[in-house]
Design a protein around this ligand. Structure first.
Ligand SMILES: O=C(O)CCC(=O)C(=O)O
Length: 283
């Protein structure tokens, strides 16, 4: 195909996929029955969150737990990370065990409708809330992007229960419907809801929903893995293009590769030396 076969003469042309060799392809979310995804989207629009029950089996949860256990060493460095909470960052560069959470079709199907093509992975971490931890400061995950509310979400998060989430072991606490709030913050009169769910389940919520990690007044720890995603034109929280080697980038799924930065937000956002970043992996 010659250059003239793809004229770029209008601003709308610049919104299209200009890549030649590495065209955008639909995500694994395309395999999910559209009727199921429409129901998920309706719940998300109404409440700001939805729960996917039992997407992982007990064996998968056990494997994740065993894999991350040796890395659960350091307590948080401030009250937000949690003084009695251990976090493992950049899980993608350490193990393949959580890949299936990051690119789960039910999650991608919702992200495909919520965010723009080539949305990015913003964070992937394990969060182990230990007994004695107090409730985390309530926040919404896209609050550090300085764009005033009310607005559409710029990001979305999943929190996967690797242990059962109970009302007293630190289950994520959220404020249903708070994604629609303007400038106001949760107060004592607002109903907070702990996301009680069995291990292997996942709560998905939009970046505008107020929430926080719960207090752990039980006798055992609560392990979760959170994968967070953002619009393709925003800076992700974790710099995966710096933390993940090219060998690892070759190993992961097409969807994960796209989400860690081997993709372009048209026309040129994410390019490397004027070329599609996937060209780096051809070498
Ligand atoms: O661990 C949780 O349940 C929530 C953690 C959270 O929202 C955060 O650290 O930003």
């Amino acid at each position: 195909m010659s250059v003239d076969d793809e004229p770029v003469t209008t601003l709308d042309d610049l919104k299209g996929d200009l890549a030649r060799r590495h065209k955008f392809a639909p995500s694994g979310g395309a395999s999910v029955d559209p009727a199921i995804v429409e129901a998920d989207m309706a719940a998300l629009d109404r409440d700001g969150y939805l729960v996917f029950d039992n997407l992982l089996d007990a064996d998968e949860c056990r494997q994740i737990k065993e894999t991350v256990a040796p890395w659960l060493v350091h307590p948080g460095r401030n009250a937000f990370e949690g003084r009695h909470t251990q976090r493992v960052y950049s899980l993608l560069s350490r193990t393949r065990i959580c890949d299936r959470l990051v690119d789960h079709p039910r999650v991608l199907a919702v992200l495909d409708r919520l965010l723009m093509d080539n949305y990015l992975l913003s964070a992937l971490q394990a969060i182990n809330i230990q007994p004695g931890e107090s409730a985390q400061l309530t926040h919404h995950d896209d609050g550090f992007y300085p764009i005033p509310r009310p607005r559409d979400p710029l990001a979305a998060a999943t929190i996967w229960a690797i242990d059962d989430f109970t009302a007293d072991n630190g289950a994520t606490v959220l404020y249903p419907g708070s994604h629609r709030w303007g400038r106001r913050r949760p107060g004592p009169a607002d109903a907070a809801m702990p996301v009680v769910m069995p291990a292997g389940s996942c709560v998905f919520f939009v970046g505008t929903l107020w929430h926080g990690g719960g207090a752990n007044t039980s006798g055992s720890a609560r392990l979760a893995v959170t994968a967070q995603y953002c619009q393709p034109w925003l800076r992700p929280m974790e710099a995966f293009t710096l933390s993940i080697s090219r060998d690892t980038a070759r190993e992961v799924s097409d969807d994960i590769r796209r989400m860690i930065g081997y993709s372009i937000h048209p026309p040129f956002v994410g390019a490397v030396d004027g070329l599609h970043p996937l060209r780096l992996l051809d070498r």
